[in-house]
Ligand binder design. Structure first.
Ligand SMILES: *Cc1c(COP(=O)(O)O)cnc(C)c1O
Length: 220
């Protein structure tokens, strides 16, 4: 057992308000690390790369709750529909439609969030703020998806900039609820900024390196 993993986990739990759902982001880390955190009681895990996730998932306990937090290509929707519990990154109708169609009927709908490109950076995934309401209305027509809320990855920037983006996410979340959408999830906050995210109403934080350590993409 890696005692530093256990220490980092306990530390984080001690600082985390009880109502916040911690998603342990395990991309690039081996199934053994996931199992170690599972053995400490962690149940929610996040993965970005579908292929990598598939190589790990069958060796791990079935009671893990899997959150897909990376972009999904259309040729990967089936494995996601069959094995994931949550998708945080919906932003394209075609992907949403495929996920709903391919979700097995004996499983509950996939819990989904719409990804918002809150920084407006062109290389980032997600919808512009002005597109979100209409897209949410569309998601609600799909029987095997359950719209839960919004997700964002703010800029890797200074505190003021990141806080402004988180504030905008909060305002969008409130405004959509005022327009009649029943959203209960704001997925926002990573290792470097989760405490601010909690201030702006995040309900789910996605923590990778602060738990598992530095990622080494080359060794993946
Ligand atoms: C990798 C990743 C995280 C975790 O990032 P850390 O900074 O390591 O905590 C969270 N969200 C998304 C979308 C990611 O891709």
């Amino acid at each position: 057992m890696d005692t530093s993993l256990s220490n980092r986990y306990q530390n984080l739990l001690n600082r985390l308000p009880e109502h916040i759902c911690l998603i342990a982001v395990s991309k690039t880390f081996p199934a053994d690390d996931i199992q170690a955190l599972y053995d400490l009681g962690q149940r929610h895990f996040g993965e970005n790369y579908i292929q990598e996730w598939q190589e790990k998932v069958f060796r791990l306990p079935e009671s893990i709750i899997w959150h897909i937090i990376g972009d999904i290509q259309s040729n990967k929707t089936r494995v996601v529909a069959e094995n994931a519990h949550w998708v945080h990154t919906l932003a394209r109708e075609k992907i949403a439609e495929r996920l709903s169609q391919q979700r097995p009927e004996n499983k509950p709908p996939i819990e989904v969030c719409v990804e918002v490109n809150i920084s407006g950076e062109t290389q980032k995934h997600g919808l512009a703020v002005g597109e979100v309401f209409e897209f949410c209305q569309y998601i609600k027509t799909l029987p095997q998806l359950n719209l839960r809320g919004l997700m964002a990855v703010p800029s890797d920037a200074d505190e003021i900039t990141v806080r402004q983006q988180m504030q905008k996410m909060r305002e969008l979340f409130v405004s959509l609820n005022n327009q009649g959408l029943k959203l209960d999830t704001l997925s926002m906050g990573m290792s470097g900024d989760w405490q601010w995210a909690v201030e702006y109403g995040a309900t789910h934080i996605r923590i990778g390196s602060a738990l598992f350590g530095q990622r080494n993409y080359a060794q993946k």
